[in-house]
Write a protein that binds this ligand. Sequence first.
Ligand code: FA5
Length: 342
Amino acid sequence: MIEKTNNLKAVFEEKLKTAKVLADIEQLRIEFLGKKGPVQELMQDLRNVPNDKKREMGQAINTFKQFIEKSIEEKQEELQKLEWQNKIDNTPSYDESLTLNKDEGSYHPITIIQREVESIFASMGFTIENYSEIVDDYHCFEALNIPPHHPARDMQDTYYLSTGQLLKTHTSAAQNYIMKKYGAPLRAIFPGRCFRNESIDACHENTFFQMEGIMIDENISISNLIYFMKTMLSEVFGRPVEVRLRPGFFPFVEPGFELDIKCLICGGDGCPSCKDSGWLELCPCGMIHPKVLEYGGIDTEKYTGFAFGLGLTRLAMMKYGIKDIRTLNSGNLKALSQFVNA
Ligand code: FA5
């Protein structure tokens, strides 16, 4: 019986070598492990083996069966990998037969407005920075003078991850990193996607874009801040737009301001896009709090700076007359392309 098992093993190994595709392996599995296969046959033969040899023979058959199962599994994995690789190698990375219709594609309105604002600030000497969407508590809050339990944390309904990290609630989360990376003097903007567990309406999304800007140098004052805000808005809209500046509280700026734009959907009369107020909060800003500069390693005796957090998604709404912010995340290509191609 041992001899029979060894012969079967040799036959199996020979057949396994010649298996080229997954179907061959399946065939082999049925052939050797199926109801009418040699393993079952050996089990039946076991009945005729003398009792004192049964245990030894039983173990030999079991070892043989396990050997077949393991070999089949390994070969299956090997062939599966090969089949995938073949598929990847033989799949063209693009459809060569597709005809190009120039009218069909367009950039997303937020991409367009982001690039526009980037080029305005780049022309004024600002660098464009990237920052992660997953951040830690220190960068999103503590380094911005928002200590644990500070009431300002309630303003931003944060999505926490099981790792203890969180989804960036505002682009200000990159301020500390950028300050440490470049030191002063410094001019930088950093656009990014932000996440807040908010109730959604015509002007609030739970996923939206902001663009942060900071400028740090000797003698930077509120007049510099106002100059840059005015330049940016007049270039984006290419016509005068009404804005108002009012005091605003953010722990990371002092003084802080809210910069609102008169709603371009209703002309200031009040509509769902501006929550019937006639104005839309667009770009809070202020002079960077000395503590935040210190956390960023900036010499506060020598340098001051301003920061702003432009609501890019709302800017796109105003620029393209998009009444409902939800259109921008809808993925509805027809709806989106009509704004930018208009
Ligand atoms: C902030 O996020 C501050 N980090 C901004 C800042 C930066 C202040 C630097 C001072 C200095 P706020 O939560 O107000 O502030 O958001 C800034 C802008 O992002 C808002 O004015 C608005 O235009 C936009 N925004 C905020 N929440 C939403 C939302 N849920 N949906 C769409 N846009 C939003």
